[in-house]
Ligand binder design. Structure first.
Ligand code: PLP
Length: 364
């Protein structure tokens, strides 16, 4: 039953809007009098092609995607794009900015193609010196003006480190927006390619979104698997093979829900408020801490530590009991993390703060 749903702060797969799940439940056995579930439909059927193209149109509306960009609904997660990007775009050199664990994963995957002789991968700057709490200043980046692209991750899901301005660079910008897509308005025309795993703000896992400018399509290296070739996918409406049909359909329901909420600008205002309240509470407390430089604090993933890490286990157990789930930080950094994507509303944040307040009072 829907009134038994918990507050789920998982980083991904993440909480879904309840209204979306209710709609999916109502349509599960018999979609629009088709007599079948969407998951049983041929991806070539007119019903599914309609569902797929409506999802794309709604996303285009939400993100104001210009006509000279293709929207691809792929599989393999954001992680497979770490390979697909160099395989499609790398000719000579590519620039990468290291701001955290996901940037590093993208870099190490791209370096495999450097080793294989496909091109050179430059790390232009790293946030390592600040222990990934501050983005290195733009002046310090060792950029190459002839790079094929510049890659960065505007929202590092694990470290909670964010970049809100699109970097001023002279080459096509490639951005891993897995954990921030649709959380705030962006100017798509400033990017060459945007990609995101679906399982945070888009829908169920199994779907990967790629938004790519036309001129970057059609240059894949010969060794690029045809399924990863953006041109092949664009020419075939992301149906080179069987796509993740049910995830695609659910993404479409999330896009409809987001439009009903007033679109990305409206949800952004909510997201700002949510993050502001939580950080304000953490900052005024001596018991909770967030180490990230204030200008780089993610509005989607809020990591925090307790003054005494011996209390971590008790905190998590009490949170579970109170219906606040998945607050444990990533295993690589420890502590806690509240992922507060679009589906988490302000009232839930207020309840979380109250819980944290009470825990602090009973622990000091
Ligand atoms: N990039 C970022 C910023 C992420 O947060 C994640 C997953 O959490 C990934 C990439 C990897 O995504 P996937 O599991 O879809 O490969």
């Amino acid at each position: 039953s829907f009134d038994q749903r918990v507050a789920n702060f998982c980083a991904g797969p993440a909480s879904m809007p309840t209204a979306v799940l209710q709609k999916a439940q109502a349509e599960l056995l018999n979609w629009h009098s088709s007599g079948m579930s969407v998951m049983e439909m041929s991806h070539r059927s007119s019903e599914f092609v309609g569902i797929a193209s409506k999802a794309e149109q709604d996303l285009r509306k939400l993100m104001n995607i210009p006509d000279n960009y293709k929207v691809l609904f792929l599989q393999g997660g954001a992680s497979l794009q770490f390979s697909a990007i160099p395989l499609n775009l790398l000719k000579g050199e590519a620039d990468y900015l290291d701001t955290g664990i996901w940037s590093k994963k993208a870099i190490s995957e791209a370096k495999r193609y450097e080793q294989a002789g496909l091109g050179k991968i430059n790390v232009v700057a790293s946030a390592k010196d600040s222990n990934y709490t501050t983005v290195p200043s733009r002046d310090s980046w060792q950029l190459n003006d002839n790079a094929d692209y510049f890659h960065y991750c505007p929202n590092e899901t694990i470290n909670g480190l964010a970049m809100f301005d699109v970097p001023a660079v002279n080459v096509p910008i490639v951005a891993d927006m897995s954990s921030c897509i649709l959380s705030s308005p962006i100017d798509v025309s400033k990017f060459g390619l945007i990609y995101a795993g679906a399982q945070k703000n888009i829908g169920p896992a199994g779907l990967t979104l790629v938004i790519v400018r036309d001129d970057l399509i059609g240059h894949a290296n010969l060794v690029c698997p045809s399924i990863l070739d953006y041109k092949n996918q664009a020419d075939n409406d992301s149906m080179v093979n069987t796509p993740a049909t049910f995830s695609w359909y659910l993404a479409g329901l999330v896009f409809e829900w987001l439009l009903e909420q007033g679109g990305v600008e409206a949800i952004y205002q909510q997201n700002l408020l949510k993050a502001q309240k939580l950080y304000e509470f953490i900052d005024q407390s001596d018991f909770y801490q967030n180490p990230v430089n204030k200008d780089n604090r993610s509005i989607m993933n809020v990591p925090f530590t307790l003054a005494d890490s011996q209390l971590d286990k008790t905190f998590l157990a009490k949170a579970d009991e109170a219906g606040f789930l998945n607050l444990k930080g990533h295993r690589s950094v420890g502590g806690m993390r509240a992922s507060i994507y679009n589906a988490i509303d302000l009232a839930t944040i207020e309840k979380l703060i109250k819980f944290m307040q009470q825990f602090e009072q009973t622990s000091v």
